[in-house]
Design a protein around this ligand. Structure first.
Ligand code: NDP
Length: 258
């Protein structure tokens, strides 16, 4: 029943979605929200066992496709294999991510590369492969990048991460302008502080840090992974058909501070 209403509201029936990093955390919730909204969902990541377990948990016919977005040379073939096996992708969510915490003075370019390879180079090459097929088959589609509130407020020690998310925000604006007239919308969702395993690991042993973070969130609570998932479902939905080139901050007001 709930899924009937969600399918009617978001209207993603007949659409096929690919969510990178869909085996865990925010990506798993995005995949679940898209699947509940009627999309056929494929989740991608490097660990086949994690993906299989997540796909079973998500249900609604969710499928797993092992994929490393940093294997740039292999991405065209990987995209073709996914299209062959599950059908062409209409809705792409570039969610796969990593981070590296290091003082700027101790960092070298290879530290930045580790983060850029996933968030920027991998996401853009996969996007290029998906968009190429959409254009060739004259099908409409959406691409949603997962950015971060960090790109808006800045944070110490995670410069590669912050710069890579800022780069993606620029790509969203450029790509949205380039493909709008051909039926492809490109947007982003920028999560704030979300209640994930990573957040818990980073703050459970540091209550003062957690308190400082909480004091910056006007809504006085962490976001949930589903808060990000529903924003992604909305951006992929027909209801968002005039939204293009935008990054929606889902942060409880955290970027504004107070
Ligand atoms: P997780 O670490 O839980 O998930 C990251 C996912 O990305 C994993 O499933 C991982 O799967 C996948 N991944 C990593 N590297 C690759 C790769 N090379 N190829 C394919 N998949 C890869 O993180 P979150 O759920 O917290 O983060 C998801 C996104 O949300 C990221 O883009 C992150 O920057 C963003 N974000 C998160 C926030 C938070 O509070 N958690 C806040 C703001 C933004 P595997 O290891 O199996 O490959």
């Amino acid at each position: 029943m709930a899924s009937d209403i969600l399918r009617q509201t978001y209207g993603l029936e007949g659409r096929t979605a690919l969510v990178t990093g869909g085996g865990s955390g925010i990506g798993k919730a995005i995949a679940s929200c898209l699947a509940q909204s009627g999309a056929k969902v494929v989740i991608a990541g490097r660990r086949a066992d994690v993906l299989e377990a997540a796909a079973a948990e998500i249900g609604h016919g969710c499928a797993a496709a092992p994929l490393d977005v940093t294997d740039i040379a292999g991405l065209p073939a990987a995209e073709a294999a996914i299209a062959e096996r599950f059908g062409p992708i209409d809705l792409l969510v570039n969610n796969a991510g990593n981070t590296l915490k290091k003082p700027f003075e101790d960092s070298d370019m290879s530290d930045f590369d580790q983060v850029f390879d996933v968030h920027v180079r991998g996401a853009l090459e996969l996007t290029r492969c998906i968009i190429k097929r959409l254009l060739a088959e004259e099908r409409p589609g959406t691409v949603t990048f997962i950015s971060s509130m960090t790109a808006y407020i800045g944070q110490p020690l995670v410069h590669g991460y912050t710069i890579s998310k800022t780069a993606i925000d620029g790509a969203i604006r450029g790509l949205s302008a380039e493909f709008a007239a051909r039926g492809i919308r490109v947007n982003g969702v920028a999560p704030g502080w979300i209640d994930t395993e990573i957040f818990r690991k980073a703050t459970d042993s540091d209550p003062a840090r957690k308190q400082k973070i909480m004091s910056r969130i006007p809504m006085q609570s962490l976001g949930t992974t589903e808060d990000i998932g529903w924003a992604c479902a909305f951006l992929a939905a027909p209801a968002a058909k005039y939204i293009n080139g935008q990054v929606i901050l889902v942060d409880g007001g955290g970027a504004t501070g107070f």
